[in-house]
Design a protein around this ligand. Structure first.
Ligand SMILES: Nc1ncnc2c1ncn2[C@@H]1O[C@H](COP(=O)(O)OP(=O)(O)OP(=O)(O)O)[C@@H](O)[C@H]1O
Ligand SMILES: [Mg+2]
Length: 474
């Protein structure tokens, strides 16, 4: 609600006639009512001007508003002014000799022109004023509280005329009411505009944020898809390498069994021929029995070994894909893992020192343990030592109060501080060119924390090898 009190003092004037007082008050009240109702500035000032025009039959008023450039003014209201005239002065540049309104806004004081037709200020507008029936005009600048000029209030008459004190008082009062209205309404418009701008900004930012969030979600989904895919590839690759290990390992016992079987067939053939020729002696038959028993033993033992190997590899490959808990002997299990890695290790002079109690049976997740160890060993092979460089890997396992502590250590080239900070992050690798995906240690950490419910940490420095500590309950 606008405050009227501040202008009240200025409104009360003993110089004004009763009719003027009434016109001023009506105009002021109408304008304030419209303002309160939310009418636009033009309508509010129109009400003010229309009311004051009733004070005198010959009086016509206009208000020009200063443009943001501070140099030109626009025709804002002039309910009884001819349209042609209002258009002609719309946008005029203020100056010391520009009509009455342009000059008063520029000079910051009231400018009185008693005869438009003879006054130099009006020379360019003489014709249009004559046509519009405008002959005298005085104008007062409209000031803001901080002293800026907001516009000019003009009063026009159709005859040559000098203003009375009452006329000058009237224009002063009208200009100050207009000033209050313009200043307050412009401020509240600026505030609403700022609010609208802010809302638009917030909406724009929210839209951008939603878009970014969507993209992020998509990128994350894509990343976990890639991760899943890589995991599958890794599993398939380890299965493939296990198959070649199996073939290699099983080849020897089966080869031995085949040789023993064919030797046995040769002996059987030879003994049979002696028998057919009635030349089979007792001692030859005994020798045949003894050799057969030995060959059978060799065949049996080697086929047994092959069967064991097949079942070991079957278990290992099952473990790689299943994260199921079972009871197993850790020392033998680690040996099986090393066996399965034999083809991959054959070009590297790595020596493994296992310090694991051979009787240690644990209830745990062999699949997870195998994946972790394979990753650690392959990392030592790929990152810690140059090809063919001799190196040592120590694996030490202790069990204390239901906590298994697995210490894995290589004496390779170690890592810089910078590398060490990132090794567990997915896709961090120093070996991108040679096919590293940077998932190995991330998977290890995931398995230790999510499957084994434990913790993994690494200590390493350049030239000092790398040490991984893994703890988990069993
Ligand atoms: N024993 C180690 N010695 C030296 N650096 C290592 C060792 N283990 C890991 N690193 C460093 O940590 C990085 C991350 O290892 P991680 O196993 O996560 O990925 P990667 O081996 O590079 O790729 P991926 O395992 O997916 O084939 C390696 O690139 C290497 O720089
Ligand atoms: Mg790796």
């Amino acid at each position: 609600m606008p405050s009227l009190v501040s202008v009240h003092g200025q409104l009360e004037s003993h110089d004004l006639s009763a009719i003027c007082q009434t016109a001023v008050e009506t105009g002021r009240n109408n304008a304030f009512n419209l303002w309160v109702m939310g009418a636009p500035l033009e309508k509010v000032l129109n009400a003010l001007v229309s009311a004051i025009e009733t004070a005198s039959e010959d009086l016509r008023c206009s208000i020009m508003l200063m443009n943001p450039d501070g140099k030109t003014m626009s025709s804002l209201v002039g309910p009884s002014m001819p349209k042609d005239y209002m258009q002609a002065v719309d946008g005029i540049e203020i100056g010391p000799t520009v009509g009455s309104c342009g000059a008063s806004a520029y000079l910051r004081q009231a400018v009185v022109v008693s005869d438009i037709q003879t006054h130099p200020n009006w020379a360019p507008y003489k014709a249009i004023c004559q046509k519009a029936g405008l002959r005298a005009c005085w104008s007062s600048p409209i000031f803001a509280t901080d002293g800026r000029v907001l516009g000019a209030f003009g009063m026009y008459y159709s005859a040559v005329r000098e203003p009375t004190n009452q006329d000058l008082e009237l224009i002063r009062i009208e200009a100050s009411i207009a000033s209050l209205i313009i200043e307050k309404m412009q401020a509240s418009e600026q505030l609403s505009q700022a609010k609208r701008d802010l809302e638009q900004q917030v909406q724009k930012r929210t839209r951008e944020l939603t878009q970014t969030n969507k993209k992020l979600r998509e990128a994350l989904a894509q990343r976990s898809e890639v991760q899943q895919h890589l995991l599958e590839i890794e599993n398939l690759a380890s299965l493939g390498s296990m198959m070649s290990s199996l073939t290699h390992e099983v080849n020897t016992p089966i080869g031995v069994a085949v040789t023993a079987a064919s030797h046995l067939r040769g002996q059987l053939h030879k003994t049979n021929r002696l028998f057919e020729q009635n030349k089979l002696t007792r001692s030859a038959l005994r020798a045949f029995y003894e050799e057969s028993a030995e060959a059978m033993q060799i065949i049996e033992r080697n086929l047994q070994r092959s069967a064991e190997l097949v079942s070991t590899f079957k278990q290992l490959s099952l473990d790689q894909h299943n994260q199921e808990i079972r009871t197993f002997n850790l020392s033998s299990y680690v040996c099986e893992i090393l066996l399965s890695l034999k083809p991959k290790l054959k070009y590297h002079k790595l020596q493994f020192c296992l310090d694991i109690n051979p009787d240690l049976e644990i209830d745990s997740y062999p699949g997870a343990i195998s994946q972790i160890l394979v990753n650690l060993i392959m990392n030592s092979v790929q990152h810690a030592f140059e090809k063919g460089q001799p190196g040592q890997v120590h694996l030490n396992v202790t069990l204390l109060n239901g906590q298994l502590e697995l210490k894995y250590q290589d004496n390779g080239k170690g890592m810089s501080r910078e590398t060490l900070c990132h090794i567990f992050e997915p896709f961090f690798t120093s070996a991108r060119q040679t096919g590293g995906s940077g998932l190995g240690l991330h998977i290890c950490k995931d398995l230790v924390e999510k499957v084994l419910k434990g913790k993994i940490a690494c200590q390493s420095s350049p030239g000092q090898g790398s040490q991984f500590h893994i703890n988990f309950p069993v």
